[in-house]
Design a binder for this molecule. Structure first.
Ligand code: ADP
Ligand code: MG
Length: 621
């Protein structure tokens, strides 16, 4: 039988390798930036077009390449960084595999300009799909410029797999920030579609963090420092009160290389124990220096995970150091035996009987008067209230909701719910004395209401999500958004990458009722906000929204608005655990059944269940 094994041609092997090295434009950014740093550049410029889909270019002022090297660098396993396997254990460079440029050149149109300091002229090489198209002698500054165009042009499946520009840009910014944070002594600029997104001058670490994450970051930072035989720890952690809901401000660097380490992340979490509210994430920028012989960075192809020889000691030291710094800056709570004795029950009062407190009741209070408060309206609540309908209207809308509910394809059909007859309900509003409680809040979570056929149990949080969701969508599609003009514009600070995201979704936000008077480098100024959001919640709501967007940011249009509106509805909806007054309960029930789709929440969860008298009867057999 004939021999069947063949060696793969280089360009095929390169394409296969590229699958590992280059997942998306951001991978190219990472490789090119790292090469520039290895070439000892002090100024690095990153130019990106269409989130890297059409162009990723890195220009550095490093030591450049000779003509021969320029040609060789695109070969697989071509590296100047290691010569023997032993070198792997004493790495001081970022690259060492000699795979990146070969992989990138296999799946894109690449143009390289490079010149070494000591020569007059440099060279230009064009290469497409691993094939050298041209090589010329050119005048070019000392250093290297590599432009990677039309990534995945020859692998349509991979190209189609790329996410929206906003998502890809987000990944690029992430990589850029990681590299820039690791190297404050190098200046970096990032342009996207001709706009300068970052301009980071040479600085110290603190300034670099502030330049990347925005002016207000400075006051949040607590320095950490520890020097031991096995590790030198430096950097900053964020004060607990500035903790965020997302994990965007968590960075570990080991020997100037960004790494991910769930284990060390846990150590920081342990140091912050008791200082953070539930689900809040501490910010940290931690720089570890260890002997390169004690780590193995070879275990992951994209090199963000590394293995430490002595992980346990590192964990303990990191935890202790962070804890110590938080304590030094008076951030950790005082120990129990230090507590303020004034707060203890005075001795004389210890055995005294507590007297019954005086309760005063406002007997003129009428929950159904027109001025009743809407749900979720705090003292700072806006002029418009969401629940502005009068009670009567509310009850009418209950029927409207029922009539329009005709498609039987939802899990639950409202057709067989019969509500109390109109006669009874309208009398409720004319004769207060006869008022029966029609709703009841159970465990600050469910609203129970009687209906003719039995009872309905409504999840208050989900119900409110649905109400807000439809209301916000209506604002956009039917009427102009109801916006409340702010007396004084509010300025909110965000990181540069968050600003980039905000700019991306600005139009949808305007549709909902946000009015931007200015978008700066690290802040936005709002002159108007949707009518049902209060100023005090703004920052949190927008942060949550940006967070939700990072998972899925569709291009403009309905689905973008839909994600936005869902996110807003989620943050604004009354929570489980909130006590609701009778009037609020009723308003919620009314508004829910006025919705087009009262049965399921915007996140496809059941909003209410019914129990018929028949069901109950069966339980009593
Ligand atoms: P690695 O970085 O793992 O060595 P690469 O494929 O990224 O592999 O690069 C191959 C080689 O090309 C490098 O080892 C280096 O000698 C050279 N090179 C790449 N980029 C630059 C640059 N910006 N300046 C100087 N030399 C470079
Ligand atoms: Mg490299």
């Amino acid at each position: 039988m004939a021999d069947i094994i063949k060696l793969l041609p280089d360009h095929v092997a390169n394409q296969i390798a590229a699958g590992e090295v280059v997942q998306r434009p951001a991978s190219v950014v990472k490789e090119l930036l790292e090469n520039a740093i290895d070439a000892k550049a002090t100024e690095i410029k990153l130019i990106v077009k269409e989130a890297g889909k059409t162009l990723v270019q890195v220009i550095d002022n490093g030591f450049g390449m000779s003509e021969t090297d320029a040609r060789l660098c695109f070969e697989r396993h071509a590296t100047s960084k290691i010569r023997t396997a032993e070198d792997l254990f004493n790495l001081h460079t970022k690259g060492f595999r000699g795979e990146a440029l070969a992989s990138i050149a296999a799946i894109a149109h690449v143009e390289l300009h490079t010149k070494k300091e000591e020569v007059e002229l440099g060279c230009r090489i064009k290469i497409e799909g691993s094939k050298i198209i041209s090589q010329e002698v050119v005048t070019t500054p000392t250093g290297t410029s590599i432009a990677v165009k039309n990534l995945f042009y020859n692998i349509p499946a991979r190209r189609n797999f790329l996410k929206s520009d906003a998502v890809e840009l987000r990944h690029i910014i992430d990589e850029f920030q990681r590299v820039a944070l690791a190297h404050p002594a190098i200046s970096f600029v990032l342009y996207h579609n001709g706009n300068e997104l970052f301009n980071l001058p040479v600085s110290n670490i603190r300034q670099r963090i502030v330049n990347i994450l925005g002016g207000k970051t400075n006051e949040k930072l607590v320095p950490i420092n520890e020097d031991t035989d096995i590790v030198k720890i430096s950097g900053f952690v964020g004060k607990p009160e500035f903790a965020k809901k997302n994990r965007n401000e968590q960075f570990f660097f080991v020997n100037d290389r960004f790494i991910k380490s769930p284990y060390l992340h846990h150590a920081i979490g342990a140091a912050f124990e008791g200082l953070l509210k539930e689900k809040m994430q501490p910010s940290y920028f931690i720089y570890l220096e260890v002997n390169p012989e004690t780590i193995d960075i070879n275990i992951h192809p994209t090199k963000t995970e590394i293995k430490f020889d002595d992980e346990h000691s590192l964990y303990a030291m990191l935890r202790a150091t962070v804890k110590h710094s938080l304590g030094q800056f008076n951030i950790a709570p005082v120990l129990d035996f230090d507590r303020d004795a004034n707060l203890d029950t005075p001795y004389n009062y210890k055995d005294k009987q507590a007297s019954i407190p005086n309760i005063q009741v406002d007997r003129s209070f009428n929950p159904f008067s027109n001025e009743k408060k809407g749900i979720g309206n705090t003292a700072t609540a806006p002029r418009y209230t969401h629940y502005k309908k009068e009670s009567n209207e509310g009850w009418e809308s209950l029927y409207v909701g029922l009539e329009s509910k005709s498609n039987g394809n939802t899990a639950f059909s409202t057709e067989n719910i019969e509500f109390e007859s109109e006669e009874v309900t309208s009398s409720l509003f004319t004769n207060e004395e006869q008022k029966e409680t029609l709703t009841y809040q159970l465990h600050r979570k469910y609203i129970v209401s009687s209906i003719k056929s039995g009872i309905v149990v409504i999840d208050q949080h989900r119900a409110h999500q649905r109400v807000l969701y439809e209301q916000l969508l209506r604002n956009i599609t039917v009427s102009d958004a109801v916006s409340q003009q702010l007396l004084f514009p509010v300025t909110l600070t965000f990181s540069t990458s968050e600003i980039a995201l905000l700019t991306e979704v600005k139009e949808s936000l305007e549709n909902i009722g946000f009015m931007f008077s200015n978008i700066g480098d690290d802040s936005i100024e709002l002159s108007g906000i949707p009518s049902n959001i209060s100023e005090s919640e703004l920052q949190i709501i927008i942060e949550q929204m940006l967070n939700d967007f990072q998972g899925e940011i569709p291009d403009a249009g309905f689905s973008q608005t839909d994600v936005l509106v869902k996110s807003l509805a989620k943050s604004m909806a009354i929570r489980t655990g909130k006590k609701l007054e009778i009037a609020e309960q009723e308003a919620l029930v009314n508004n829910l059944f006025a919705c087009k789709e009262p049965t399921i929440s915007p996140f496809q969860k059941t909003i209410f269940i019914t129990l018929s008298v028949d069901d109950l009867d069966k339980k009593f057999i």
